[in-house]
Design a protein around this ligand. Sequence first.
Ligand code: MN3
Length: 202
Amino acid sequence: MAFEQPKLKYAFDALEPNIDKETMEIHYGKHHAGYTKKLNAAVEGTDLEGKTIENILMNLDKSNTAVRNNGGGFYNHNLFWEVMSPNGGGKPSGELASAIEDAFGSFDAFKEEFAKAAAGQFGSGWAWLCVHEGGKVEICSTPNQDNPLMPGIGCGGTPILGLDVWEHAYYLKYQNKRPEYIDAFFNVIDWEEVASKYAKEK
Ligand code: MN3
């Protein structure tokens, strides 16, 4: 079974004005599609064929750059699309809200630290909110298409929220103003989805 791009649960223009339609079309239709295709080519005929993407990333041979870059690119974007929604924004509630308050003091302090991780990632990469076994949450960032499931990378938890800070994710609308894009992302975060991932992975 080859890897397939999951269908988006919203239209390309549904996240406007926070994420523009043209960026979504290119990002999903070209970048993510490209990672998916190249991942399939990289695992075909190897002992990785047929494994889940999580299994592949958690047991990654980091010198296998084709699988590292394209497997990361496939997984990271799957998560990114899932944690956004046209009905997003606001704040989490319930046990995820409590975990965020325990770790950062308040939602606002969490937001500030997450934005700092995203803005401070030099060059291309991702900012993450991860959960560790037991429910503790942590923020980290990673370069390129790396992610914290990969051995020895990032904070080593399971990502439940991810923000793509590659220029292809925001340059058409925001140009060099990455902090404005990060702010806009908070308007579309689907906290119900993030909370459901938290409940599943904690
Ligand atoms: Mn991207």
